[in-house]
Design a protein around this ligand. Sequence first.
Ligand code: SF4
Length: 252
Amino acid sequence: MVGRRTSRSPGGVGRFHDLAELDAELIECRACPRLVAWRERVAIEKRAAFADQEYWQRPVPGFGPDDAALLIIGLAPAAHGANRTGRMFTGDRSGDFLFAALHAVGLASQSESISADDGLRLYGTRMTAPVRCPPPQNKPTVAERDRCASWLHAELELLAPTVRSVVTLGSFGWAATLRTFGALGWEVPRPRPKFAHGATTTLTRDDAAIEVFGCYHVSQHNTFTGRLTPQMAQEVLAAAGRHAGLRVAGPE
Ligand code: SF4
């Protein structure tokens, strides 16, 4: 088990100079008793296939360059994926699907994400989540969501100067994105646009604009049933990458 340090609250996050400073503080967070208990219990019980591995069992930082032009915002780490490997979308089926799509459109150096030291790189793209610890059944409570929002708020504040596009995976990420950028002073259209696969909306602040793209979540529920196909994911990622000024190889 990871050594226990003082319980840190994201309410005291304040402002950070850079993402490295934010991430160093984030991984010590123990503000949600239910989620802390769950992430550590999963790490003890483990899945049989990972019985010989030591789980990360801490909050999971964003992954990708700190001057990213494209952000991908999901929901929360998977219990046996990022909660095991310590890197977003790494080591589970959702990540397999997402990184294959990113690689297909030229935004990732390889199509597989196995472990934090597998050499994978993202090009101009960073992925993060509104909730940083795995919730049981992938369902954080409203209180947990709101408690963790300060971390996303701080991360987006640091990334906003370079971000031009955001891909939100599912309605949870869509709502968190609009809420958080709104709290940072970005103008969000009213009434608030609803999430849909293929939906877009524009956030503005002074002379800057960020385009938000909706994409079904890369969960197995969506990818195994064909609700979200590789082609559909690649189309959204390519459109968002192109809008962000990145070199994209995917479908028009
Ligand atoms: S979910 Fe967020 S606020 Fe709650 S313990 Fe994890 S990092 Fe901290």
